[in-house]
Structure formats: structure tokens, C-alpha cells
Design a protein around this ligand. Structure first.
Ligand code: OFO
Length: 160
């Protein structure tokens, strides 16, 4: 059974994952309005993926006898200056999420909860991928000219 302290910490992370989902949905709307349909579609997939992280944490909590909380989600940003700015914000956000996950592992270790540490290491690994994927997009956008941006938009639109 999961401790109350770890349960509270995971619930905070569940809230952060749902906030991330809304953030990427907001970015998707921004892109759709700007005519970048590929970026919009990519961000919608990302939003789904973040909800998936929240679901997975909720399922885990239930298996361990805890109670996941579906709490209030704070408002997310709605306006950016350019596609590069959007992806830079997304990258910064993922770095922040990685820090939160690292801290969660520390809580699980302090609680001597091996199963939770094992579960959370999966997210530590996931964050390496998330950061790398978004950083790669940022790097490409930094060197792309106007034509390049539309090429990247078309490419990201192929995400399944
Ligand atoms: Fe974007 O990552 Fe969830 O955890």
C-alpha cells in the first residue's frame, strides 16, 4: 500500500500532467489559428499523451490502494509570438516536468517504496525522450527559414 505522503506527491504530479495536457491543447489551438496544421496536429497528439501519463499514474495509485484526485487545473497560456517560441516554451516546460519527476523518485526512495520507484523510473526515461524530441524540433526551427518552417510543419503533421 502506498503511503499518504507519496500519494499526495503523485496526486500533485497527476495535476501537473493534466496541466501539461491543457498547455499542449492550447498550443494546438494557437497553431491551428495561425494556419500551421501540422504543428497543431502534433500538439494535439502531445496533449493526448500527457493525459495518458495522468491516467497511468491514476491506475497505478488505485492498484496500490491509493486514491487519485481529479483536482482543479490552473489556466494555461494562450498566446505566443512564433512557432519557435511555442516549442521553446514546450521544451522549458518538459525540463521542469523532468525536475518534478526526479523529486517524486526522491519521495518514493525516502518512503522506501520500491514498487513506486520502479514505476516512476519509467517516467524518468520517458522525460529523456520528451526533452530530446522537443529540443530537436527547437533546433530545426532555429535554422529554418520561412520555407523551412512549412516543411517542418508538414513533417510533424505526420505524427500518428
Ligand atoms: Fe511531457 O511528460 Fe508527461 O510526464
Amino acid at each position: 500500500m502506498i503511503s499518504k505522503k507519496l500519494q499526495d506527491a503523485i496526486n500533485e504530479q497527476i495535476n501537473a500532467e493534466m496541466w501539461s495536457s491543457n498547455l499542449y491543447l492550447s498550443m494546438s489551438v494557437f497553431f491551428a489559428k495561425e494556419g500551421f496544421n501540422g504543428f497543431a496536429s502534433w500538439m494535439k497528439h502531445q496533449s493526448h499523451e500527457e493525459m495518458g501519463h495522468a491516467y497511468s499514474m491514476m491506475d497505478y495509485m488505485i492498484k496500490r490502494g491509493g486514491t487519485p484526485v481529479v483536482g482543479m487545473i490552473n489556466v494555461v497560456p494562450t498566446g505566443w509570438g512564433s512557432p519557435l517560441e511555442v516549442f521553446e516554451s514546450a521544451y522549458k516546460h518538459e525540463v521542469h516536468i523532468s525536475e518534478l519527476i526526479d523529486k517524486l523518485v526522491d519521495v518514493a526512495a525516502a518512503e522506501r517504496d520500491k514498487a513506486s520507484q520502479d514505476f516512476l523510473w519509467g517516467f524518468v526515461r520517458e522525460q529523456v525522450e520528451e526533452e530530446a524530441t522537443i529540443k530537436d524540433i527547437v533546433d530545426k526551427l532555429r535554422i529554418a527559414g520561412t520555407t523551412g518552417i512549412f516543411y517542418i510543419d508538414a513533417q510533424l503533421g505526420q505524427r500518428k
